[in-house]
Design a protein around this ligand. Structure first.
Ligand SMILES: Cc1cc2nc3c(=O)[nH]c(=O)nc-3n(C[C@H](O)[C@H](O)[C@H](O)COP(=O)(O)O)c2cc1C
Length: 171
């Protein structure tokens, strides 16, 4: 498959409000294993900006997510954004695991391989094609505000991935 349905753009040219796109519209984090299999999950926590003089996106993935297995076996991932017509698909990808269902079959999402080898979906209207630069895990002892612990009753602290945004695709 090709990326011809998309146009490329520089991260600096993006006009999207990433606060609302990530936090309210949500995104899919997608990664592929070396054998070509992929998984995707919905995320509404994440950030984008500049680090080490590079445009980066940072995402937060709990260790029990099936998608985390895929992320850790690849140096790439995509963050894909959609219009409201795909909201139910994102809801499903955020409530069911790829361990139990075939997310493409259940949602109608059409996987598409970008020239970098990253996987996204034909229905996306914005894709950040990323290379992982840094991986870590949030640590209990590093939290300055104990109120945040309410997010971690099972001590399943997020894995943190800082990713260089190599290419942005828009429609
Ligand atoms: C709106 C929404 C936002 C979510 N944000 C995140 C997130 O930022 N990080 C995370 O680890 N899980 C998040 N989740 C949960 C995962 O998407 C969910 O557990 C999913 O079923 C994991 O799928 P997988 O096991 O196939 O990876 C979110 C779920 C929803 C519905």
């Amino acid at each position: 498959m090709s990326d011809s349905i998309f146009q490329t753009c520089s991260p600096y040219a993006l006009t999207d409000n990433l606060f609302s796109r990530i936090g309210r519209d949500w995104m899919l984090i997608t990664a592929a294993k070396p054998d070509g299999s992929w998984n995707t999950m919905t995320a509404s926590w994440g950030t984008a900006g500049i680090l080490w003089n590079k445009p980066v996106a940072i995402c937060f993935v709990r260790p029990q997510r099936y998608t985390d297995e895929f992320i850790r076996q690849s140096d790439r991932l995509t963050l894909s954004f959609f219009g409201p017509e795909m909201h139910d698909a994102l809801k499903l990808c955020g409530t069911k695991s790829g361990r139990e269902i075939d997310k493409a079959a259940e949602t109608g999402l059409s996987p598409l391989t970008l020239p970098s080898g990253s996987v996204t979906f034909a229905q996306a209207n914005l894709v950040l094609d990323c290379r992982r630069l840094y991986a870590d895990i949030l640590r209990r002892e590093s939290f300055l505000d104990p109120a945040i612990f309410s997010h971690y009753p099972e001590s399943d602290f997020h894995h943190v991935y800082v990713c260089e945004i190599e290419t942005c695709y828009t429609k």
